[in-house]
Unconditional design. Structure first.
Length: 311
């Protein structure tokens, strides 16, 4: 049976979102979107299979694991031996290495800065699924740092400065039953955010279609209402250049829970960090404008893990 498609049009609503001092107001408009009865094999061509960023295939210039305090006092001799054997097997040469890294940090509720930090490489033991894992973690040696929003690879050099950041955060999004395992409130979809940096205006759209009675695609299936063709896109309203910053076939694995806007790399153009969550991990995904290539507004730099549950 041919699936019925409904286009929903909504009235423009202007809302102030949370932002740091001295920054511009962010306004939001609700957008029109498309609803289908369901997605199954008869109409799954409506689903765009593209994924971006591809976490495993992209070069990561962000330190994925950062810690302000590292405690190995609980390690037994057996654990120490396991870690030493793992390092030998994997030919680890940088354990204990100390280097400088630039990080974006939250010093307090209203102060954010790019700082040059001293980090030490550590390989830490953890239990997982009846076995164990050893992860590479950069331990920050300075005291009273605050919260590290992201730590850049030592190949990236930035200017130390205070940064004015703007935050797009959830208000009262519709919560579907299958989103109950998400560890954070997620950002509502089909909203366009308008903001301005150094007198240049931008639109940032977070959009999706909706399958209201079930979703079956690529071996994944759910009886719940499901957003699909999820996309985050940035548009420079002056030049008309647009760029997709996030794209996924459906919302059952990844949802954006926060977007941070600001000029982190001091080139008078916006940089974007968005927080993405699933049932296991919360990550911050970083884009920098100073690393952009031709016909781009910014470049994907990498992701940092905020926290993960062991599966």
């Amino acid at each position: 049976m041919k699936k019925r498609v409904i286009y929903i049009f909504t009235i423009l609503i202007f809302t102030m979102f949370a932002f740091s001092t001295k920054s511009q107001t962010i306004l939001s408009d609700t957008l029109s979107y498309k609803i289908v009865d369901e997605i199954d094999t008869s109409n799954d061509s409506l689903v765009d299979n593209e994924e971006y960023p591809m976490w495993l295939n992209e070069t990561n210039l962000i330190i994925e694991n950062v810690a302000l305090q590292i405690d190995t006092s609980w390690w037994t001799n057996e654990i120490t031996e396991i870690v030493n054997q793992w390092k030998a097997k994997n030919n680890i040469k940088d354990d204990g290495e100390t280097s400088y890294y630039y990080g974006l940090i939250k010093e307090n509720e209203n102060k954010y800065s790019v700082k040059k930090l001293t980090g030490k490489v550590n390989y830490l033991f953890g239990e997982i699924g009846g076995g164990y894992k050893v992860e590479r973690i950069i331990g920050i040696k300075e005291n009273n740092v605050g919260e590290v929003l992201c730590l850049f690879d030592k190949s990236i050099k930035l200017e130390e400065k205070e940064v004015q950041l703007q935050f797009i955060q959830p208000s009262q999004p519709i919560k579907f039953p299958n989103e109950s395992l998400n560890r954070e409130k997620i950002l509502e979809k089909n909203v366009k955010f308008g903001f301005e940096i150094t007198n240049i205006k931008y639109d940032l759209s977070y959009t999706a279609d909706l399958s209201q009675n079930g979703f079956s695609y690529g071996g994944f299936g759910t009886i719940y209402p499901t957003y699909f063709n999820v996309e985050l896109k940035l548009v420079d309203k002056n030049s008309g250049i647009e760029q997709v910053l996030f794209k996924y076939p459906h919302s059952n694995y990844y949802n954006i829970s926060e977007i941070i806007l600001g000029d982190i790399d001091n080139d008078s153009q916006p940089d974007i960090i968005y927080k993405i969550c699933d049932e296991i991990c919360i990550r911050r995904v970083v884009f920098l404008s100073s690393k952009k290539e031709s016909n781009q507004l910014m470049k994907y730099i990498g992701q940092t893990k905020i926290s993960c549950w062991d599966p």
